[in-house]
Write a protein that binds this ligand. Structure first.
Ligand SMILES: NC(=O)c1ccc[n+]([C@@H]2O[C@H](COP(=O)([O-])OP(=O)(O)OC[C@H]3O[C@@H](n4cnc5c(N)ncnc54)[C@H](O)[C@@H]3O)[C@@H](O)[C@H]2O)c1
Length: 250
């Protein structure tokens, strides 16, 4: 595992009940941070926090609800201080052709994958500005780099929007000492991709496109996130970096 030291920092990781977010929360705790574990599923948030021990605490909330986000960040600040680090990881994906996508599905995807990052960045950004700095990492996707994925228009649009939002925040927040970057995973072995991975034709196609010849694991994403949170990345902001085994080379 990539090793970085981030001590004395309070980090909020959204959607950390399982998958990539859980691996990031674990990596941050191992690096010395205190981690607020968010998930819409209270049981999984509490399970992750319990597994990570005393340096982690569960904060269940739906990050697509701006009032719930403000209340959660106020509570984290009161309990733990900070947050000094915000990782916007919560995400959902529907696989529906454009012509069959219900408005509610389109809206929900944008609410969770894009608007939530606005709510958290505003609430946490205010506290980071007052503290003189901070770090925001948005978990986007290679899909956000205009890589079309069949039947995932709402997902692709939300992730492209998240990359745009990342760059805009980076420009505005630089004056406050806040760095903002996006991490764009390729195909990672989590529950989100379980159904597609069980399709052998789909799996073969994916693998043929990945120079390193394998799918990623949640742990493969963690090193980049930790680096971006560390002082080693102090001159790095407004970037959207792929971590995908070489699938997309820009
Ligand atoms: N798995 C991949 O191949 C892949 C690739 C690129 C990007 N990503 C992105 O990485 C992030 C994590 O994906 P994953 O594969 O671990 O997915 P996952 O489905 O395994 O986990 C997502 C977590 O987010 C939580 N969540 C969903 N809606 C929420 C809400 N409104 N509020 C709070 N929590 C909520 C879920 O309960 C779940 O625990 C997502 O943003 C996803 O789009 C994943």
């Amino acid at each position: 595992m990539f090793s970085v030291t981030i001590t004395g920092q309070v980090a909020l990781v959204t959607g950390a009940g399982r998958g990539i977010g859980k691996a990031i929360a674990r990596g941050l705790v191992e690096a010395g941070a205190v981690v607020a574990v968010n998930d819409i599923d209270a049981t999984s948030a509490q399970r992750t926090a319990a597994e990570l021990g005393g340096a982690a605490q569960a904060y269940p909330a739906d990050v697509s609800d701006p009032g719930a986000v403000q209340a959660m960040i106020d509570q984290i600040a009161a309990d733990l201080g900070g947050p000094h680090i915000l990782v916007n990881n919560a995400g959902i994906e529907y696989k529906t052709p454009v012509l069959e996508t219900p408005v509610a599905e389109w809206q929900r995807t944008l609410d969770v994958n894009l608007s939530a990052a606005f709510y958290t960045s505003q609430a946490a950004g205010e506290r980071m500005r007052a503290a003189g700095g901070g770090v925001i990492v948005n978990i986007a996707s290679i899909a956000g780099h205009n890589i079309p994925l069949p039947n995932r228009a709402s997902y692709v649009a939300s992730k492209a929007g998240l990359i745009g939002f990342t760059k805009e925040c980076a420009r505005e927040f630089a004056a406050y000492g806040i760095r903002v970057n996006a991490v764009c995973p390729g195909v990672i072995e989590t529950e989100m991709t379980a159904e597609s991975r069980s399709n052998s034709a789909q799996l073969e196609k994916w693998l043929a496109d990945i120079p390193q010849g394998r799918l990623g694991t949640p742990a493969d994403v963690v090193g980049l996130v930790l680096f971006l949170c560390s002082d080693g990345a102090r001159y790095l902001t407004g970037q959207a970096i792929n971590v995908d085994g070489g699938k997309v080379m820009l």
